[in-house]
Design a binder for this molecule. Sequence first.
Ligand code: ADP
Ligand code: MN
Length: 183
Amino acid sequence: MLVGITGTPGTGKTSVTTLLEKKTEYQVIHLNELIKDEKLYSEVDTERDCVIADMNLVEKKVMEKVDMSTDVTILESHLSHHIADIVIVLRTSPYKLSERLHKREYSENKIQENLEAEALDIILFESVEWCEKVFEIDTTNQTIEETVADIEEILCALLKGQEEQLLVKYKPGSVDWSEEFFA
Ligand code: ADP
Ligand code: MN
């Protein structure tokens, strides 16, 4: 089972999946690293200081890397919902996200762009549009460990075919930042 962990930059994808990788037997592919290491991009956007991934190449490479001997392969990236059919979207209140992104060496423009993307649910919308199964976790007041526990709960239920129960706690569309962000 291939499961994407996606979300706006700063929502904790890398931290959370790094802990998950240590704690469990699941395979974790950190997609942004793979894209850089294997040069799976078609363009370098110098103005926005990022690369434009070639998603056909990326998907092909991911399929080669998937370890069939494990139950779960986690694909970690804000691009993972382009490839996986099952995704978990990590959400973080734009206020908290702002603190985290200011600690990174991001330009003010890039920070604003990401805060708006989070406030407007962009990645959640894309996920719901493109993927078969979508779950959402509000990580705003959670520790990394608590978010890992939520992900493990979701994976466990999926493996047992008991996903209906997940739609109570992790239903996509439950998170809404519009009041606090646009007020
Ligand atoms: P992403 O991969 O989604 O861009 P990262 O995991 O790289 O996110 O960055 C999240 C940052 O926020 C890290 O520096 C992490 O240490 C920090 N952080 C602080 N508290 C939390 C938390 N509860 N959950 C996730 N990240 C947290
Ligand atoms: Mn990351």
